[in-house]
Design a protein around this ligand. Structure first.
Ligand SMILES: [Zn+2]
Length: 423
């Protein structure tokens, strides 16, 4: 009897133990991964806005805005080109224990990636190209996230492949508002990735890193390229080059560089007294830039110095690729801005300055100086000294603040970029 009782207890004990294991709630993979991401100090994915390569930088927009088809004039599609980094590391960190699949990880990423795009309106100050801080009566536009797409236009998380580091993906948003049709309105773009895993490469990207400008045919911008009455959105960067692409041209670390101490490299072949010397074009271009900046209300100066050491801007001649007449670069060894002028100018068959008999400023040199100030390239169809390199004339030039000084270099869009840089 005694033995029987013991055996019964043992059976009951093992039964209840079995039942407890079966009923114990299993932690779901999403909660498990979220907990892991929260506790691992470096578990995040770096999101970088794609800026094109150095060669065609700026002509490949980071953010594309396309207008709707006819009949749906209030709908806009905004696409942000992005590159993620740290996905592989995050996967390795979080999937250490067995039992979690790629699909669990993809599901986790899909739920973590909840970007929000907001367009905050600002108005152009009447009669100038300046963007005002004042609130307008126009509502902030909220956009809906459509999805993250790969190069073959498939939705990334729905393909059940883990997204790859260093590959370009596109986040697309759909924005709807009557206000988007208003003229002379500039929208600051705020982009926030939500979740805890996706983090912007530059903190600025979640605030006012970019701007959309909506233009109409009757406006001052790009007049002849936009048919009368057509609303066309434009996007331009609100970054200095240093922020966007450190190896490219850098603005002064403390803001736009408008105080030039320039050195002309005579040893490279820039003659001092030859009437055809590039020196004359360089100095005319610099004065045009300085006067124009002053006309727009900025403090600007140019002083020639005798040594490279004293300079913050060096003009030098060298061989450049065919049909490249000049270039600007941040020389990280010298820690200075350098503007190169081609040794041989195919367009004028020889001397760069030969076509410049009237000794005007050269739009090519002013374009390069604009980069040194910190202005990045603009889309080709925007009238800007940093899109094409041609003289900007008439009502495309930003209006001067006083009659004493004339702006002869910067367009309306340039003026807005300068304003953005100095904010
Ligand atoms: Zn350029």
């Amino acid at each position: 009897m005694k033995i029987k009782f013991s055996l019964l207890s043992l059976i009951l004990l093992s039964c209840s133990s079995q039942a407890a294991t079966n009923n114990q709630p299993k932690i779901d993979p999403y909660t498990y991964l979220l907990y892991g991401a929260k506790t691992e100090s470096n578990a995040h994915i770096n999101v970088k806005t794609f800026t094109g390569n150095i060669g065609n930088y700026g002509y490949q927009p980071s953010i594309e805005v396309s207008t709707s088809t006819a009949g749906q004039t209030n709908e806009y599609s905004v696409t942000v080109n992005q590159i993620f980094n740290g996905i592989a590391d995050l996967k390795q960190t979080l999937l250490k224990p067995d039992g979690l699949t790629d699909d669990d990880f993809i599901d986790f990423l899909a739920h973590q990636y909840v970007p929000k795009l907001k367009l905050t309106p600002r108005s152009l100050k009447n009669g100038t190209a300046e963007v005002t801080e004042e609130d307008t009566n126009i509502d902030t536009v909220n956009c809906d996230f459509v999805g993250l797409f790969d190069s073959s236009n498939s939705k990334v998380f729905e393909t059940h492949n883990v997204p790859e580091d260093g590959v370009k993906y596109q986040s697309t948003f759909s924005c709807t508002s009557d206000a988007l049709q208003k003229n002379d309105v500039v929208y600051d773009i705020s982009l926030d990735y939500g979740g805890i895993v996706f983090q912007p490469h530059f903190p600025k990207e979640t605030t006012k890193g970019y701007r959309i400008v909506f233009l109409e045919g009757e406006n001052h911008f790009s007049k002849e390229t936009i048919p009368n009455g057509t609303v066309k959105p434009m996007v331009y960067l609100n970054y200095s080059f240093k922020d966007v692409q450190p190896e490219a041209i850098a603005a002064h670390p403390t803001g736009p560089n408008t105080q030039f101490k320039y050195f002309i490299d005579k040893a490279s072949g820039i003659a001092e007294y030859d009437p055809l010397s590039e020196r004359i074009t360089i100095e005319n271009s610099l004065s045009a830039v300085i006067d124009s900046l002053s006309a727009l209300g900025y403090t600007a100066s140019a002083e020639r110095v005798d040594t490279k050491n004293e300079a913050n801007l060096i003009f030098t001649k060298r061989n450049l690729p065919p049909h490249v007449r000049a270039g600007a670069a941040w020389d990280s060894t010298l820690n200075k801005n350098v503007i190169w002028i081609d040794n041989y100018d195919e367009i004028t068959s020889g001397h760069f300055n030969i076509g410049n008999v009237y000794q005007r400023q050269s739009p090519i040199i002013t374009h390069e100086i604009a980069h040194v100030i910190g202005l990045p390239h603009q889309q080709e169809n925007i009238t800007s000294i940093v899109s094409g390199a041609d003289y900007i004339t008439g009502d495309k030039l930003a209006p001067s603040l006083s009659a004493n000084k004339q702006n002869i270099v910067f367009s309306y869009v340039d003026s807005q970029s300068l304003h953005s840089l100095s904010e």
